[in-house]
Design a protein around this ligand. Structure first.
Ligand SMILES: NC(=O)c1ccc[n+]([C@@H]2O[C@H](COP(=O)([O-])OP(=O)(O)OC[C@H]3O[C@@H](n4cnc5c(N)ncnc54)[C@H](OP(=O)(O)O)[C@@H]3O)[C@@H](O)[C@H]2O)c1
Length: 270
């Protein structure tokens, strides 16, 4: 292959940056991008795990995987991540804002630091990363942003009020951005899964819910829905079937107080 053909090919390769790529839904999304020939940038805190995934993906697909270990719950995280990609000459074609934590417990009994961390990670960093990467995407006239929200974003949820409200913000933010950036050739999608079999529930202090354990979605299916929805240009993506669509649409027509007590009963662990 001639040198100019090779460099044209390299330039035409697309890169997806996925936050929270070390496990769960983010890991599954990263595999889908790699499978389709995207170079990937893997972001999370677990450096060794990211290195291991990166090596596996490079070996099984003809792609480049770059690892950036970063705590995204600190205020300077988005700027540092953007600067790190720029310094390495990486053009991010697809930004996947997936990293997130859940916080479950009585509002005033939960440590403020836990809320600060979750708001910074689930909301502020997502907004700032979108803001930083949207400009170069719009200037190129092409790009994709996938924000991972939750069906909880439709349910004001007692004992998870902060998490549900942050996910609600993400839906509103993404739908508005999708409309605004469409004229610049940039697609924005928001993924709204229901309970999925990952570490997030346990880490968030949720031991039991009204849901039987075998009734969780699997992260592969959720990631595939998000990936397909983004590539199709769907703005709101709800993985699953008719039940999940109902879960998404029902709270839009019921009184908010009824929605809150339903959500409370669902997650009550005591
Ligand atoms: N699972 C569900 O039931 C469900 C339902 C609806 C929506 N979601 C959403 O799906 C997204 C992914 O969650 P998941 O279920 O896949 O959870 P998960 O398995 O716990 O994965 C969370 C990911 O986020 C990363 N992360 C957490 N804190 C971070 C921090 N401070 N800085 C950087 N990265 C951080 C974790 O990596 P490190 O620990 O290595 O940093 C991990 O890769 C979240 O936004 C969540 O709200 C999940």
């Amino acid at each position: 292959m001639g040198k100019s053909t090779r460099s044209a090919e390299i330039r035409s390769r697309r890169t997806a940056l996925v936050t929270g790529a070390s496990r769960g839904i983010g890991y599954e999304l990263t595999k889908l991008f790699a499978r389709d020939g995207y170079d990937v940038v893997l972001v999370a805190r677990s450096h060794d795990r990211l290195q291991q995934i990166g090596t596996e993906l490079e070996e099984s697909h003809d792609i480049t995987a770059t690892v950036i270990s970063q705590d995204l719950s600190v205020p300077e995280a988005a700027e540092e991540l953007y600067d790190a990609t720029t310094a390495q000459g990486i053009r991010v074609d697809t930004l996947v804002n997936n990293a997130g934590i859940a916080t479950y417990g009585r509002f005033y009994e939960t440590e403020w630091e836990r809320y600060r961390e979750s708001l910074q990670l689930n909301l502020v960093t997502v907004t700032e990363l979108s803001w930083r990467f949207a400009r170069p995407m719009c200037e190129r006239g092409t790009g994709q942003i996938l924000n991972v929200s939750s069906v909880s974003g439709l349910y004001p949820t007692p004992k998870a009020a902060v998490y549900a409200a942050a996910k609600s913000y993400l839906i509103s933010f993404s739908v508005a951005l999708a409309n605004e950036l469409a004229e610049d050739g940039v697609t924005v999608s928001v993924l709204c899964p229901r309970e999925t079999d990952t570490a997030i529930l346990e880490k968030g202090g949720i031991q039991h819910s009204a849901l039987p354990e075998n009734d969780l979605l699997d992260p592969e299916t959720v990631a595939q829905s998000g990936y397909t929805g983004l590539q199709q240009g769907d703005t709101i993506v709800v993985p699953g079937g008719i039940r999940e669509k109902l879960l998404y649409h029902l709270p839009r027509v019921l009184p908010k107080s009824m929605v809150a007590s339903t959500a409370r009963d669902h997650w009550e662990t005591e």
